[in-house]
Design a protein around this ligand. Structure first.
Ligand code: MG
Length: 164
């Protein structure tokens, strides 16, 4: 078996045109929220952290190496593109997903009410059962940048099984 850890953080700012924030999208699910991630791609921190957890488990280059933010081709990109590349690499290396455990930390919006939708969307992207994916939402207790609503942070642990 292989285990991988993925981490991502994006600054949150007022959505355009008031600020540089993009629409708030997490796990491919769009939230109606006044702030959003400042990012080169669509800024989906959950998909970025899952991508890095899978690539990490495979011992492969991370998302920043595969898709540099200096590449104009990925300006505003749907982050599912990055995850699909990691999934293809996982299959080529003859591994399959055991499970994902994801922790999303942000002051708002609340993740809980949209959790089932996020999990269902991730299961579809990963072609796996929803039972293999866990998503938890936490706050940062109003302290530091995350707690002040100025950033979103995501941690993901992925377990991969060899395919025989
Ligand atoms: Mg990112």
């Amino acid at each position: 078996m292989r285990v991988g850890h993925g981490y991502d953080l994006h600054r949150l700012e007022s959505c355009a045109p008031a600020g540089r924030g993009r629409p708030f999208i997490l796990g491919g699910v769009r939230f109606d929220h006044p702030t959003g991630p400042v990012a080169h791609s669509d800024g989906d921190a959950l998909l970025h952290a899952i991508t890095d957890a899978i690539l990490g488990a495979l011992g492969m280059p991370d998302i920043g190496q595969l898709f540099p933010d200096s590449d104009a081709a990925h300006d505003g990109s749907d982050s599912a593109i990055f995850l699909r590349e990691a999934i293809q690499r996982m299959h080529r290396a003859r591994f399959s997903l055991g499970n994902l455990d994801c922790t999303v930390i942000c002051e708002s919006p609340k993740i809980g009410p949209r959790r089932a939708e996020i999990v269902a969307h991730l299961a579809e992207l990963l072609s796996c059962d929803v039972q293999r994916i866990n998503v938890k939402g936490k706050t940062h207790e109003k302290v530091d940048a995350v707690g002040e609503g100025r950033a979103i942070e995501v941690h993901v642990v992925a377990l991969l099984h060899p395919v025989d």
